[in-house]
Every structure is written in C-alpha cells, then in structure tokens.
Design a protein around this ligand. Structure first.
Ligand code: GSH
Length: 345
C-alpha cells in the first residue's frame, strides 16, 4: 500500500519527466507523419466499456474510440486507419510526449497543470463527468460525509487521486488511500474488501457496478466531488494538428446541432441552403484547406461515424455498452447542456 504523500511525489516526478521529454520532441508536421504512416496512432486506456474497450477479437469500441475513427475519417476519408495503443493513466502522458501516439482519446480530464505544465493541449470536451464514491451497502454510509476513517481504493496518476485528497481535507475527514496502477487492480482490491470505498469518475462507477460479483450489494453515494471535463489531448507545438483534432470534435457537435446525421449527410450536402451547413460539409468554401485537409473532411467524418449524438447513442445510449442517460451537461447547449461548437465560418 502506498501512502498518499509517496504517490503524490511519484506523480510530481512523472510530471517532471514528461516536461523534459516534451522538449525533445520535434514540433509540427504531425499531419505529414500520420499521412506517411497511413494511420493515426491513438492513445487509449486499457479497458473502460462505453469509452474504450477491446472485444475478444481485439476490435476497439467506445465513445473515445469513435473519436479516433472520426479523426481518421477527417484525414483519410475512412474511419479505420487507426492503431489503438493502450496505456495506464500513469503512463499515458509520457506515451503522448514521447511521440508514441498522435493524441490521447481516453477520458483525460482537462486541468490547468496538465494543460500548462506538461506541454499538452486539450482540444475540447467529449464528455463531462465528475468523481463519485462506491461503497458496500453493508458499510451503512449514506453520504460521502459518512466516510471519515475509510480506506479508499483509487488509481495512480489520475485527477481522482488528487480530488480525493482535496475533498477529505476540505471536509476535515481522515482516510487511508490504497493506490493501484490499473482499474482491474483497483476493482479486485475493492471486491476483496481491501478498501471500504472505490472512487473514480461516476461514468466508470456506472460501468463497473454492473460487473461486480454482486452488484446489488453496492451503491454509489449521491455526492459528485469534482468537475471532470474529459476530452482529446495533443502535444503543444503543432497548431495544425491541434486544429484538426479540435475542429473534428467541433464538427461532430455542430452536425448534431444542425440535424446532420450519417444517414442524411449526403442529401443535406446537395440540397441544404443553410450557409453554415454548406461550409461545414464543403458544399461552399474550402474550410478544410486551412488545416491541410480536403474540403470534404467534415462530410467524411459525419458519413463515417455520425454526429456527436450518434456517437453518444451508440456507446452510452440504452443499447450501448454502458447506458448513461444523456441528461445534464452532456446535452447540446441548445438543450440545456454544455456541448457547444464555435462557428464554421
Ligand atoms: N479522468 C481522470 C481519471 C482517469 C482514469 O482513472 N481512468 C481510468 C478509469 S476510467 C482508466 O483509464 N482506466 C483504464 C486504464 O486503467 O487504462 C483523469 O484524467 O485523471
């Protein structure tokens, strides 16, 4: 078992390493490298159904995986030019800084120290989340405030670990952290009752609860203790690639707002009079050229993977791997949520 201070020290050492590594990477030209290679190297996590998970044949699926497929469609006009490279949360930033991957698309939470301190650039938000606590019902806790003195299992190299420390300190509560590298290790420890509490983003708790040996014996406490804005991240220093990743996400969101889907995109492109839809789909203008892409780049994205709403439905809708009702922040801004794409002008 690690103490919190030891694990925080390890985190800071890892941050220092990745900062040094960042300066050794040549900047620019990621698009050229990706084109020459013939596929996008997409950094994902090991296994988080609904977001990134391989099936028995090694085929990846999930919301974050669909974003990699969208990017592949933007660059190659086909969604399958992607290699998925999994890493643990603790290893992921070095994976990006070393150039092993072209982006991370794997529930990375956007924070200031990551954005400004690690030579990274966040491209936007694919999923708004927040951290929660899972406990055995037998513990008798009804609220996070009842967790004074608890042992808490969590994963190293995550915002989760830091939010946990903040929350307990701010509320004058004591706890003992039990920290692991992988999600499977955390779950195994929680199931083996090595800790009273499992804490991570609430989407993960939802995904994991149903997979426990006896789901009915566990519950998620009502509190959400953090704001987690999760999305794709790239290295700083290559504005073109950052724009491609950012505007691919914006295209998915704008398409939903404009009612453009994988099923109707062809018809919309040839018949719509909406000026923004025409620019988005390349019927008017050459917006794609500004990023070194074909004018049909966003058309190819939507044709291949659909709009943001289709991605959500496929992965997190009632028939998705982990149903998470699309209420609250993950709705479009026009429906009371926070998903907003700047203008395609
Ligand atoms: N969003 C938080 C938490 C990330 C996190 O803990 N992810 C876990 C659970 S979703 C994960 O990636 N698990 C799969 C893995 O270990 O590769 C962060 O960016 O620090």
């Amino acid at each position: 078992m690690k103490t919190l201070s030891r694990s925080l020290a390890a985190g800071l050492a890892a941050a220092a390493f990745t900062t040094i590594a960042a300066s050794t990477i040549a900047s620019g030209a990621t698009l050229d490298t990706v084109r020459e290679r013939g596929f996008v190297n997409c950094g994902v996590g090991e296994n988080f159904p609904g977001f990134f998970a391989p099936d028995a044949s090694g085929k990846w699926s999930g919301l974050d995986v669909d974003f990699c497929r969208a990017l592949s469609a933007a660059v190659f006009a086909a969604p399958d030019k992607v290699k998925y490279l999994p890493a643990t949360p603790a290893a992921r930033f070095a994976q990006l800084q070393s150039g092993q991957v072209d982006l991370l698309s794997r529930s990375v939470t956007w924070t200031m120290s990551r954005d400004a301190g690690l030579g990274l650039g966040f491209a936007g938000v694919t999923f708004f989340d927040g951290q929660g606590f899972m406990v055995r019902k037998a513990l008798g806790a009804k609220s996070a405030k009842d967790l004074d003195g608890a042992t808490v299992c969590t994963q190293t190299g995550t915002t989760t670990e830091l939010n946990l420390a903040d929350y307990f300190r701010a509320n004058g509560l004591k706890y003992t952290p039990v920290v692991f590298e992988t999600t499977d290790q955390v779950i195994a420890a929680y199931e083996a009752q090595r800790c009273d509490v499992y804490t991570t983003d609430k989407s993960t708790l939802a995904a994991r609860l149903t997979k426990l040996k006896d789901p009915a014996a566990h519950m998620v406490l009502p509190e959400t203790i953090s704001k987690a804005a999760n999305g794709p991240v790239v290295r700083q220093g290559d504005g073109q690639w950052a724009n491609i990743v950012r505007w691919t996400l914006n295209a998915l969101i704008a398409a939903e707002e404009l009612g453009i889907t994988s099923a109707n995109v062809e018809q919309v492109r040839s018949t719509t009079k909406d000026p923004e839809a025409r620019r988005l789909l390349g019927a008017d203008g050459e917006l794609g050229k500004l990023m070194g892409l074909d004018k049909a780049w966003a058309y190819n994205v939507i044709k291949s993977v659909g709009n943001y709403g289709e991605l959500y439905e496929r992965n997190l809708g009632p028939k998705g791997a982990v149903p998470i009702p699309r209420d609250g922040l993950n709705r479009l801004w026009s429906k009371g949520g926070l998903l907003f794409a700047p203008s395609f002008q």
